[in-house]
Design a protein around this ligand. Sequence first.
Ligand SMILES: Cc1ncc(COP(=O)(O)O)c(C=O)c1O
Length: 463
Amino acid sequence: MLSHTVDGQGELTPAYASRYLTRSVPRNRLPEERMPPEVAYQIIADELNLDGNPALNLASFVTTWMEPEADRLMAATLGRNYIDAEEYPQTTEIQSRCVAMLARLFHAPDGGRSVGTATVGSSEAIHLAGLALKWRWRQRRAEQGRPADRPNLVMGHNVQVCWEKFARYFDVEPRYVALTEGRWVLGVEEAVELVDENTIGVVGILGSTYTGEYEPIGELDAALTDLNARTGWDVPIHVDAASGGFVAPFLRPDLRWDFRLPLVRSINVSGHKYGLVYPGVGWVIWRDHRQLPEDLVFHVNYLGSDQPTFNLNFSRGAGQILAQYYNFLRLGRAGYTEIMTGLEGTARYLADSVARVGPFEVLSKPGTLPLVCWRLRGERPYTVFDISARLRQRGWIVPAYTLAPDAEHISVLRVVVREGLSRDMAELLVSDIGRAVQDLERRAQGDPAARDRTGEGKTRGVC
Ligand SMILES: Cc1ncc(COP(=O)(O)O)c(C=O)c1O
């Protein structure tokens, strides 16, 4: 988060101060004195109790639990800087193996020799892929002797905020396909209408952040192939598979969304979502080396060796990359398939049950991401924000938010099904949702026994 300088002389006065610390500690100023490690630890640990409980956080796609062996591996490698390839050659080698595995999983034509890199998450991966699209388009324009000063990128209005960031930071005009009632994702015809000779690419999302739906990437590929043939352009597709990249290959192996489609030139995926690694790792894979212009790659002569890098930052921890490899070895295709099948089963159970316990319409569809997204049916004297606030009192973090622009008048609740949400927990959640609805209905009918607990607001920037 961007922090601003904090005014005031706030002080921390820990409750256990009389036993461990007899002076107060400044909150926003570097303390003049040191303190014992266990006291520093306890002050922070106590304050973190105010955070939500990660196990009940059904808002996020991001992993909150890994096996003790992965924890051990990560703890042992916390001090390892991923960029120091000369010092940690095996870490670099393991990163390359992960890239090769993902390229094969995504059906790159020459999987073992594909180009890609680990990133901090899908956002960094998307910035890199977007830059490669822009560079490739500029090269083509230069070869044709045509101006290259007004690049644009076509995408659905449901893109995650990182795409808006990319467009603004790197001076690309974003062209959004409007959503319509019942179509909460990109429409192919509408997307093609926005494309022109200055289009650096079209984005297809495998798993919309808002509803989990897969965009029709196969149809998009066919329509753009036709357009390119008619116009002589070469408009490619980037697939934002932040979540779906680790779901579709295991649950819908026959769905053609990846490099099996000729116009798909690059794909991003978040290792820390359904790749099942703690936060801090994503991946971007290009179809082949021609899709990554050489002048985007920096050859840094650092600490004794030539290192080709294409990342926005330099140093980063190696632990998440090693943990990704741990998952690949530990789970293999069978393990990921089993886990994803379980999550899909829980999502189906939740979708069916939610529709039974309240006046709800489920918007998410089976066969997409394992999440459930639903809205209230008809006019009600309470909102989804009220329901979210009631669930929060039980500890559940179930976000209520408005859909993407054009559909902002629709407010929904969303539960992301991750490994921690067992069937037992899902059953408890369903009964708490039912109770929250009954309570709110009774309150609306003036029943004084229904306690007054409301929460109005909107959650933005879902991730
Ligand atoms: C479709 C999509 N793209 C990109 C992102 C950004 O991913 P990350 O959090 O890995 O940077 C998200 C996050 O939820 C997402 O759902």
